[in-house]
Design a protein around this ligand. Structure first.
Ligand code: FE2
Ligand code: FE2
Length: 248
């Protein structure tokens, strides 16, 4: 197939890792099901954006975009379920979502707080990133032509989303599309930083809890065991209370 979008330089450099992530059929199926969730989420956000915008052309485009994302969700879900049906049962495993996250859509952006320009700028960057990732995933899925065909199909739409958001941004941002894009880029960077910071904090939290459990708790457990040896075994005779002759 003619390449509509090329993977980013970073993803191309990490191609062996992506190969490894997509090689395992269980992980592949779980990732497709997760992608289906994020695509459906994106579709709902875009329907909301279509309700809120006052621009009739944008409303039509957002609605078409929302339909596309819901179709992608159905495609990914169907393929994920088909893959799982052909595999023996397996528990949840490592999905490497930080490396291969799929389409993030509007992420945790509040559609109702955004103006058309900022929403279009954010959407453009997000669609571009998704299209580049999907272009790489289709390249590393040479051994699974059915899943690869799903990405081929989805990629055509993502390329359209990437270009219409750019064209519409140039129309509504009144000569300042670059400034809007930079602001959106900084917003995405900040969110990426928060995601990394949360992941690092979770690793440190787990490490600290393990340290407390294996290093700090054992001495107290030993002291408690030694103290318990000094306790008598069985029933212990109660000491007679002293006769209360005075208050001293
Ligand atoms: Fe999509
Ligand atoms: Fe999209």
């Amino acid at each position: 197939m003619h390449e509509v979008v090329r993977p980013s330089a970073l993803d191309r450099a990490l191609r062996p890792l992506h190969h490894w992530v997509w090689r395992d059929p269980h992980r592949r199926a779980r990732k497709l099901l997760r992608f289906a969730e994020t695509e459906a989420d994106g579709g709902r956000d875009l329907s909301r954006a279509a309700e809120l915008t006052r621009d009739p052309l944008l409303r039509r485009l957002y609605l078409r975009h929302a339909e596309d994302e819901l179709r992608h969700a159905a495609l990914f879900r169907a393929r994920g379920q088909e893959l799982l049906r052909g595999l023996p049962n397996a528990g949840a495993g490592f999905e490497a979502n930080w490396l291969a996250p799929g389409e993030r859509g509007l992420d945790d952006l509040r559609v109702s707080d955004e103006r058309d320009e900022s929403l279009l700028a954010f959407l453009h960057l997000s669609e571009k990133a998704a299209a580049q990732r999907f272009a790489l995933y289709r390249q590393v899925l040479g051994k699974d032509p059915v899943t690869r065909a799903v990405f081929d199909d989805v990629l055509q739409d993502e390329a359209f989303h990437m270009t219409y958001t750019q064209t519409q941004l140039a129309r509504v941002a009144a000569g300042r599309p670059r400034a809007r894009l930079w602001r959106a880029r900084l917003g995405r960077l900040w969110k990426a930083y928060l995601r990394v910071a949360a992941a690092v904090a979770s690793v440190f939290g787990t490490l600290l809890l393990r340290l407390q459990y294996f290093v700090i708790l054992p001495p107290f457990a030993l002291l408690a065991r030694r103290a318990s040896r000094r306790e008598g075994i069985g029933f212990v005779k109660v000491q007679k209370p002293s006769p209360l002759r005075s208050q001293y």
